[in-house]
Design a protein around this ligand. Structure first.
Ligand code: ADE
Length: 229
């Protein structure tokens, strides 16, 4: 069964409407929507915003359902040349707000006991790329960075930007989802559509303006992707 996680209602609403034989079941503090898309069994859950919500929800998902891959979709802030509504697919994800670098063995973003980044599943990555090529969307494959902040300046994440040159999307959940999926040894892929661009003057307004269209973009990809997983 394919596990799908979104942080905000607007990010999951379209997908929810695509689920056939929709049913809902509560596990712990979260409501899970089950059914099928393109004939494949899926379970969808609304995580809420931020890393703790993401981690709790992913844990419940993986403890209660027989999930063989985790997909996180939604929106993100963009940088390094991406534009509104472009899609960024994760090669790897990392935390931008973790700093244990006082101990020299750790990179910025790395937690003791973890690798510096969480690596997405190559097969899921290649399948997502094929769908985006087919849909003729603009997209980048690169790193996605998460933290408990709405980031509006490249300066805020300068440490991870100086470590990695290919962070295209910044959001608030995916590294926590990837972290938990990695702990459970379940393959994952993250892709996010860009709602706002770091350092743009109208970033907050742009978020409001593009969040729906960007969410819809990400959902369209998902329906096709599930068909080929
Ligand atoms: N989600 C969408 N845009 C974002 C931003 N700029 N920072 C964090 N999360 C986001």
């Amino acid at each position: 069964m394919i596990g799908i996680i979104g942080a905000m209602e607007v990010e999951i609403n379209t997908i929810k409407s695509q689920i056939d034989d929709l049913d809902k079941v509560k596990k712990g503090i979260r409501t899970f929507y089950t059914g099928s898309i393109s004939g494949k069994e899926v379970v969808l859950v609304l995580a809420g915003i931020g890393k703790v919500n993401a981690a709790v929800t992913t844990t419940l998902l993986l403890e209660h359902f027989d999930v063989t891959s985790v997909i996180n979709i939604g929106v993100a802030g963009g940088q390094n040349g991406v534009k509104h509504k472009d899609v960024v697919i994760s090669s790897e994800v990392l935390y931008h707000d973790v700093d244990v670098t006082k101990f020299s063995e750790y990179k910025h973003g790395q937690l003791p006991g973890s690798e510096p980044t969480y690596i997405a599943d190559k097969t899921l990555l290649n399948k997502t790329k094929s769908i985006l090529d087919f849909l003729q969307y603009n997209y980048k494959v690169g790193r996605i960075a998460s933290g408990d902040q709405f980031v509006y300046s490249k300066e805020t994440i300068k440490e991870v930007n100086s470590e990695y040159s290919d962070i295209y999307a910044i959001e608030m959940e995916s590294a926590a989802i990837a972290h938990v999926a990695t702990m459970y040894n379940v393959p994952f892929i993250i892709y996010r559509s860009i709602s706002d661009i770091l350092d743009d003057e109208n970033q907050a307004e742009d978020f409001d303006k593009f969040v729906e269209a960007a969410s819809l973009n990400a959902s369209k990809v998902l329906e096709k992707l599930i068909g080929v997983i």
